[in-house]
Design a protein around this ligand. Sequence first.
Ligand SMILES: *[C@@H]1O[C@H](CO)[C@@H](O)[C@H](O)[C@H]1NC(C)=O
Ligand SMILES: *[C@@H]1O[C@H](CO)[C@@H](O)[C@H](O)[C@H]1NC(C)=O
Length: 376
Amino acid sequence: MDFLKILAILLSSTFCLSETNIHTTVSNRTSKILPFLGAGIGVVQFANSVCTGASNLLGTCYKKRQCSGIAGGFPSGTCASKLGVCCVVQLSCSTSSSLNNTHFVNSGFPAPYYGSTSCMHTIKKCNSNICQVRIDFLTLTLAQPNADGVCTSDSINIVGGASTVPPLCGENSGQHIYLNFNGINDINIIISTSSGAAVPRSWNIKIAQIACDCPTFAPTGCLMYFTGATGTIKSFNYGPTANNNLKVNGLPGTREIANLNYGVCIATQPGYCSIRWTQTSGDPYSFTITGNTIGLSVDPGLPTESVSGEACTTDFIVVSNPTGFAADRFCGNALPGLTSGTKPFVLTVITDGNELNDVGNRGFSLSYTQARCTGP
Ligand SMILES: *[C@@H]1O[C@H](CO)[C@@H](O)[C@H](O)[C@H]1NC(C)=O
Ligand SMILES: *[C@@H]1O[C@H](CO)[C@@H](O)[C@H](O)[C@H]1NC(C)=O
């Protein structure tokens, strides 16, 4: 096997590269002395590793000439001591890519898209050692669900992976999901919009491929995965205003997406023993899960305040064994602070298909803080 091939294999197990694994300019291919990633005579080479381009977009380090040869690739800043350009890849409808950190954007991005489309992007594993994708909705603005939380006008569907991802819609910029590959199958992202709703849709979705042995690999079963000691987690389509689609009684619809059942996992920090969940402060709607939230005499949150246990049967969150509570299900329009020492740290989110009695619900925005172990 020739040295370059070995080098390519060595590197592709560390970085996710394209077919041309390493950029090499060899003036004389019969040369017996090839430097390893070095500046040797007649050889300029560097690893095609992850780089950060303008506006914090991630790309892959390539020679400028190579970047212009990549579908959707454009140079955004330099890398490898200015030997390369940070090649950011943006692709729109009817495309596929095996490049790590490909961005799937709406047609005309960054301008909004108003039309009706079924726009698909296919994710192909960049090598056989890839097991998972992290899909970051850098921007994902679609039409709101109907008043009952069903994505009837627009939706994003992510199919072909090892588990089912619920169809989502509305405002999901800043959210992410993890999904395992199902064997060698591709994963498809399909965004469907209907021109019926004159909504300025926009999407810029970053797809990171994660190696099976990667430390950032999310545990199987977690649709979302957070690794910080503290953080804020919002339900899909959580937002500052009510759903403007009205219920049959003329009251505001719910922003909560119907028919969800997923886990949000938090990586336990070394030396940390418990996690505390609270409503995000300063936001009176930060836990509005069931019962009418607005349009009543007291707005928000009454007459249904915090509800727990068996009374939560439709939409609720689950935190295992919270200290001081007999229940692990919570719903209603307020959440008491919950501390749990049960590992792994998981927040389970359930919604059913019936949001008829959920006027003006927005879902949740919860803050979590891990606490250090105390004692010996
Ligand atoms: C892909 O890029 C991400 C950063 O977005 C990085 O964490 C990951 O390790 C890369 N995957 C591979 C296989 O190189
Ligand atoms: C490469 O080097 C060999 C031996 O020095 C020489 O015979 C050959 O012509 C060179 N090839 C090129 C393409 O420069």
